[in-house]
Design a protein around this ligand. Structure first.
Ligand SMILES: Cc1ncc(COP(=O)(O)O)c(C=O)c1O
Length: 365
């Protein structure tokens, strides 16, 4: 029987369970953040991360922070005052992109889809022709609803209409293809604690050559200090340079996480996420839960359900916890019946089977 949360299976949509190999990497004494040894490890991380992002021709940035900081970095560096940001939103984290832009007094055009669905490519195209945004941002996987955007269509339309794309890949990178070069993504932002399988604490950005040229053409520099990517760019090119101290131990962990990804292979990793998602969803639907997310836009990294009539999310999750699994509440759930499960990172069949059994037991009372 589990004793504390750390003994339970953490199946919220991030943070995720962390593999022993990654935890062991954290437990290594810090070394100099500007020394040759650290530069070698950090440089290797940047190279491997560029491969995961399909961004070998662009720039990759990693610094202390979280997904929200990466969202903020993307907006403050690539949306200029006087520019216009269209946010295709279908949930809580895309709305956060809007809130960040508004905090910087940038002009935002909202394009809303109901929670559980996604904006359609047609709606995006028509709103772009109408409002002529300079930048379009959207969440690839919306963690509040489990909905995944049609990234290839979106990015193609954004390019055709002459804008830059900002893709929030916080709940996607490492679990579903986000190949910047083949898809044509301009800015891809992410965090560590989801499909990369790491503990939280890193802000990650991929910037295409086209987006970097747009940065360089800006009429004025971003109104930011830590987040101005120009300050970080020389460090990412030569990690022996200093701008701000790196989270050394998290970089060790990133190195271990990326080694796991390299060993598994990206395609195999994406297949595993898809297979486990289908198995988990099939079983829970069979147990009487209903998908909160529209069938056409189900993400491979997390699943969101409505419990059967008469079940309450809070008490269900408490019983689930008693059976060794931690799930998350809905983020907009007036009836109190929504439950969210993550199935991303380095989890396997064993965890999914344990989660299905725990759900069955929790439903039984
Ligand atoms: C899609 C998405 N974007 C942004 C964030 C914010 O990330 P963080 O909580 O690491 O600041 C999250 C967090 O869950 C997310 O899922």
């Amino acid at each position: 029987m589990a004793t504390g949360d750390e003994d339970r299976l953490l199946l919220i949509p991030g943070p995720v369970p962390v593999a022993r190999e990654i935890l062991q990497a954290l437990d290594t004494p810090p070394i100099s953040h500007t020394g040759a040894q650290f530069a070698q490890i950090f440089g290797r991380c940047l190279e491997r991360l560029a491969m995961v992002m399909g961004n070998e021709s662009g720039k990759t940035f990693v610094f202390s922070g979280s997904g929200t900081l990466a969202q903020e970095a993307a907006i403050v560096n690539f949306v200029e005052p006087g520019g216009r940001l269209l946010v295709a939103s279908n949930g809580y984290f895309a709305d956060r992109l809007t809130e960040i832009a508004q905090a910087y007094r940038l002009e935002v055009i909202p394009l809303q889809a109901p929670w559980g669905t996604s904006v359609t490519a047609e709606e995006l195209g028509s709103q772009m022709r109408r409002h002529r945004p300079t930048v379009v941002a959207f969440t690839h996987v919306e963690t509040s609803t489990g909905a995944m955007a049609r990234i290839a269509d979106f990015v193609r339309i954004i390019r055709e209409e002459g804008a830059l794309s900002i893709v929030d890949g916080v709940a996607a990178l490492g679990g579903v293809c986000e190949d910047m070069e083949s898809l044509g993504i301009d800015v891809l932002l992410s965090g560590a604690q989801k499909a990369l399988g790491m503990p939280p604490g890193l802000a990650i950005l991929g910037v295409s050559p086209r987006a970097w040229s747009a940065y360089e053409r800006r009429a004025e520099k971003p109104r930011a200090y830590y987040l101005d990517l120009q300050r970080w760019a020389p460090v990412m090119e030569d990690p022996q340079r200093y701008f701000s101290t790196h989270p050394i131990n998290l970089i060790y962990a990133l190195d271990a996480a990326l080694a796991i990804i390299e060993r598994e292979g990206l395609d195999a990793r994406f297949d595993r996420h898809q297979t486990l998602a289908e198995r988990f969803r099939g079983a829970l639907l069979g147990l009487g839960l209903a998908s909160f997310t529209e069938e056409a836009c189900l993400a491979p990294t997390l699943s969101v359900f409505r419990l059967p009539q008469g079940q309450r999310s809070a008490s269900f999750r408490q019983r689930l916890q008693h059976h060794g699994v931690i799930a998350a509440a809905g983020l907009s759930d007036p009836e109190g019946r929504v439950v969210r499960f993550g199935h991303m990172g380095n989890i396997g069949e064993g965890e999914v089977a344990a989660a299905i059994a725990a759900v069955q037991n929790a439903l039984a009372g």
